[in-house]
Design a protein around this ligand. Structure first.
Ligand SMILES: *Cc1c(COP(=O)(O)O)cnc(C)c1O
Length: 377
């Protein structure tokens, strides 16, 4: 058995490659892609994504933590790997051993990290210019530059770069554009001061996916792109001026079909009762596969190219959908498209997310490990 055709995700390598080429041709030749492959490459499978990016000549990778970094190190021995988040200082030795670049998130963290390290740790200093999450936080670039220069004097810390993260680069309103502009000016000014003071910075970076497309700047030596590589939108339904192709599709199978009379309730809690005779298919996917329970009575799937609404509550391993309007007879073993294209229709992770007040990121990251990732070359 190659894999169980119950619920499975297909990962399209041509789509990933095409998205990356589009990003590359949009960026100035002063900015390189830093592939953001945290969280198992946004649920797509870090092994195949890292491998594809390496093959395409991408040298820079970003992950969320040390475990992910060590995994990527094994996949790409020559890559530059940045941990975007916190690493407990007790793991300093592992950073050195695996040649991982660590985000320095405060002056105090830098001191502790330096004290915990045996040899030099490569770092990019994170600036909080308005995200309010982690990073050096000051009113002026002068103060921030001074702190970075201090950090660079610590015995076991090598400051190779600085970076910041935008809060609203994905939202095209005058207020948000101005906020992003201010964040950008802050880090650029900080970098200028540091360079004038004689500290060499290999990297200054601030573009995420949204900024890489909508606030492209050749002052950002790296574009830390995540979501657009995977073909989703940073802020659905706001479209970008480049069209990307979703890399992940999600499929399942019809297990059971029945026609029931008016007044039949379906699933836990009896939240749905048929208003007339309807034909119902039971599908082998549920919230334990990452198909959100919030899609109860809201989601829809594609069967034979027709939209079929989810009826009643999403269960752990199964859902019921209405197939009354499908032109052909629906039978057990028919393929069900949960995310992807079928006939002329398409369901994207962004659309599903939007139905339940979340983002496509959360849908793809939430597909659980019970779901095999089938790689399509
Ligand atoms: C996750 C993350 C990114 C990538 O964001 P996308 O919107 O997926 O491009 C970039 N930078 C940081 C610091 C992140 O945490």
């Amino acid at each position: 058995m190659e894999y169980l055709k119950r619920t499975w995700a297909e990962i399209s390598i041509p789509a990933l490659q095409s998205n990356i080429r589009k990003i590359q041709s949009h960026l100035s030749n002063k900015s390189e892609i830093m592939g953001v492959i945290k969280a198992d490459a946004y649920g797509h499978g870090v092994e195949v994504v890292a491998h594809t990016l390496c093959e395409m000549g991408i040298k820079y990778f970003a992950v969320s933590n040390l475990i992910e970094a060590i995994e990527v190190r094994k996949l790409c021995p020559d890559a530059e790997i940045l941990i975007l988040g916190y690493t407990p200082p007790e793991n300093a030795q592992l950073l050195e051993m695996h040649n991982i670049i660590q985000a320095v998130i405060s002056v105090n963290y830098a001191k502790i990290l330096s004290a915990s390290a045996g040899r030099t740790i490569r770092c990019h200093v994170k600036l909080d210019t308005g995200m309010g999450r982690i990073g050096l936080k000051n009113d002026t670039p002068e103060e921030t530059a001074e702190e970075i220069e201090y950090i660079s004097t610590l015995e076991h810390i090598s400051v190779e770069g600085i970076f910041t993260h935008f809060a609203v680069a994905d939202t095209d309103t005058p207020e948000c554009n101005e906020y992003t502009q201010k964040q950008q000016e802050f880090i650029i000014k900080t970098a200028e001061i540091i360079k004038n003071d004689g500290l060499d910075l290999k990297h200054v970076h601030f573009m995420n996916s949204a900024a890489a497309i909508s606030h492209t700047s050749d002052k950002s030596t790296l574009a830390r792109t995540g979501i657009i590589m995977y073909g989703l939108l940073p802020n659905y339904p706001q479209q970008l001026n480049i069209k990307f192709e979703p890399v992940m599709s999600l499929y399942s199978t019809v297990a059971y079909v029945k026609t029931v009379p008016e007044g039949t309730s379906l699933s836990y809690g009896r939240t749905y009762t048929t208003d007339k005779e309807r034909t119902i298919a039971t599908i082998t996917v549920g919230y334990a596969d990452g198909y959100p329970r919030l899609l109860s009575n809201k989601g829809y799937v594609l069967i034979h190219g027709c939209k079929c609404p989810v009826l009643g509550r999403v269960c752990m391993d199964q859902i019921m959908v209405d197939v009354s309007n499908v032109d052909v007879t629906v039978k057990p073993n028919d393929i069900v498209t949960l995310i992807g294209k079928d006939g002329g229709q398409e369901i994207t992770a962004d659309e599903l997310a939007n139905l339940i007040g979340t983002i496509g990121y959360e849908i793809v990251c939430g597909i659980t490990k019970r779901v095999p990732r089938i790689i399509k070359y």
